[in-house]
Design a protein around this ligand. Sequence first.
Ligand code: KG4
Ligand code: ZN
Length: 346
Amino acid sequence: MDGKRDINILAIESSCDETAAAVVVNGRSIRSNIISSQIEIHTLYGGVVPEIASRKHIERINQVIASALDTAEMTLDDIDAVAVTYGPGLAGALLVGVAEAKAIAFAGRLPLIGVHHIEGHINANYIENPDLEPPFLCLVVSGGHTHLVNVKDYGIYEILGRTRDDAAGEAFDKVARAIGLGYPGGPEIEKAAMAGDAEAIGFPRAKVSGCAYDFSFSGLKSAVLNYLNGCKMKGIPVVQENVAASFQKAVVDVLTENAMLGVDHYGAKQFAIAGGVASNASFRSAMEDACRKRGVQFFYPSPVLCTDNAAMIGTAAYYAYQAGRRDDWTLNAVPDLKLGCRQADK
Ligand code: KG4
Ligand code: ZN
């Protein structure tokens, strides 16, 4: 790094059902990325139970952080700053990470940097794509968010469109549950869809009036439920794979179409995807094709960096660190934190 000293960031993520810690060097190089998933516990209840999530974070967080430092072959003495997701997410779950980060930063006399969870997802794209620099457009599709974002510069975001109701991942989870698949629904639907016919059922592609870049998935979810009810009433057997494939195609079509409206309007040269749904292979290939047709460079993170992890938080924190941004001991969990809105602005 031009003779400059490396910047090592210890990052913590606990906004939902993964307890995660990572050490990231100079923003784009992962030294460790430890993720302790609670999925097997929440699967028993068909979704994330917030109280259980907080307790499990408390049980696991110290071990996960120790493991991140061990794997990176570092101690706190090697760390330059402690980063943590402080919103949005489940209040109790976020609090565990924020309290832990504050304690470590205070004890180690290290700077503290609070990171927006969605900013983390967007920044996951920098890790494996050394060429990617802002400006670019990014479609963030996770369990809680569906945002089309104009990434104007490091740490500077403009939201162009968002979901009016369910997030894309949430729709995957709800439809999976309705057709008898497990939690989280996205990977289960993707697997079932491989054996199904995506043209079998004509589910709706919702258009939202008023904003071309906004999304709506609740009508699609209702259409799937109505279809299932109709089959039941008529005594027609439901072909799970066909429902999965037709539903997935409907989501992918809407996401891709809105994304390309943004590309055409803004004349974007680079497009990235992020969040749990970005690990869906049929979504990726639809986006890749659409971008290729327009001569737009397409970026996506590896599946492990699409779903929740702390490396992406470390990357976002690095750019905040370089911009001189620091938090103080009043940093708190903000469950409904808005992108581009610092804690003090709320
Ligand atoms: O980003 P993430 O790990 O957590 C949030 O910030 O919400 O995203 C989790 C969401 C879940 O709704 C899950 O069903 C969905 O991402 N997901 C997928 C796939 N893998 C995870 N959706 C579609 N296809 C997948 N392969
Ligand atoms: Zn997430």
